[in-house]
Design a binder for this molecule. Structure first.
Ligand SMILES: C[S@@+](CC[C@H](N)C(=O)[O-])C[C@H]1O[C@@H](n2cnc3c(N)ncnc32)[C@H](O)[C@@H]1O
Length: 313
């Protein structure tokens, strides 16, 4: 099944340069008007995480699931793959307001997701917008960076990440299996990749095979039963607001959005959406290696695969 792109790319384009240009145009147009965000807010209702302003099916339940499945520790490195304008990664990476809790649980929550972040996207415009949003999330520049890269060629080192998140982007990769391998390559032992996937209810999922080929185990499949209805509400809103979308985003973007809405609507009743959690198997720390980590000169203190980190939770 084609994945809703919500970025008005229809039909799916496999040439990275063309795809990047289309996403650049979409992100540029979207930044000019609050209309698209307003339509997402209307479609998602109370489940809309306004601050995140994602170009995707990201809602509060998804943010909660991602948080629970990643099991990140403060200070660890999170990679947001296909980050768009960066809201999901920045939301996850930000320390919550420490003033909101004075006891142990509150303080733990305030610190729990104080991750470092690298977000990447094919679209240079999205990357620039994500970079500009850092201040709004109170995430210091040293703790969050965004770059242009592709899902199947990230340019990041092996085992650098303690968590990778990928929301509504994998279906846009030319080679999805290759992209899973590449994102899996980034995981430190015991770390997790959480990603959204969708398929026809009648189709046999290939994600277990893709996980195995990437050397990962499929740890959880969380169903997202409300996702198709959310798209249906959003697409109907796009169609109902076609004239306004044309006026505010221009004819080209409007036609792409409307084509996507008309293409996707008939398929939604048979759609199954999930959040997958894939895990790089933990390694058993050898005493010698632990000693090496503790005494080795010039070793980054927490960036690489932590041998003591069988479960980064
Ligand atoms: C539907 S948006 C989701 C963005 C973000 N994850 C969110 O939830 O708001 C998909 C994003 O994936 C990016 N993208 C598409 N194909 C890509 C690829 N091959 N490599 C990296 N990013 C890609 C697009 O530029 C776009 O910003």
């Amino acid at each position: 099944m084609t994945h809703p792109t919500t970025t008005a790319v229809a039909p799916p384009v496999r040439d990275p340069a063309r795809l990047a240009a289309q996403y650049d145009a979409f992100h540029t147009a979207r930044a000019r008007t609050p209309l698209v965000a307003r339509l997402y807010a209307a479609a998602l209702g109370e489940d809309y995480p306004e601050e995140v302003a994602a170009s995707s099916s990201c809602d509060w339940p998804l943010l909660g699931l991602i948080t629970m499945r990643l099991r990140m520790r403060p200070g660890r490195l999170l990679v947001d793959a296909g980050c768009g304008t960066g809201g999901i990664g920045l939301w996850l990476a930000r320390a919550l307001d420490a003033g909101c809790g004075t006891g142990g649980i509150g303080l733990w929550l305030a610190r729990a997701l104080a991750a470092r972040l690298i977000g990447f996207d094919l679209s240079p415009v999205a990357v620039a917008q994500a970079t500009a949003r850092r201040d709004r999330f109170l995430v210091p520049a040293g703790r969050a960076a965004f770059r242009v890269a592709e899902l199947d060629a990230t340019g990041l080192p092996d085992g650098c990440a303690h968590g990778v998140v990928c929301v509504d982007a994998l279906s846009l990769a030319a080679d999805r299996g290759g992209a899973v391998c590449e994102l899996g390559r980034l995981l430190a032992p015991g770390a997790r990749l959480v990603l959204t996937r969708a398929l026809r209810r009648s189709a046999e999922p290939v994600w277990e095979d893709q996980a195995r080929a990437a050397g990962l185990t499929l740890e959880h499949v969380d169903e997202r039963p409300h996702e198709p209805a959310m798209w249906e509400r959003l697409y109907r809103l796009w169609i109902d607001h076609a004239d306004q979308i044309r006026r505010e985003l221009g004819d080209v973007q409007a036609e792409r959005m409307l084509a996507e809405a008309h293409r996707m609507l008939p398929a939604l009743p048979g759609r199954r959406a999930v959040l997958l959690t894939l895990r790089r198997p933990p390694t058993v720390p050898a005493p010698l290696v632990v000693a090496d980590r503790m005494t080795g000169p010039g070793r980054p203190d927490d960036d690489g695969p932590a041998t003591s980190e069988r479960t980064p939770s």
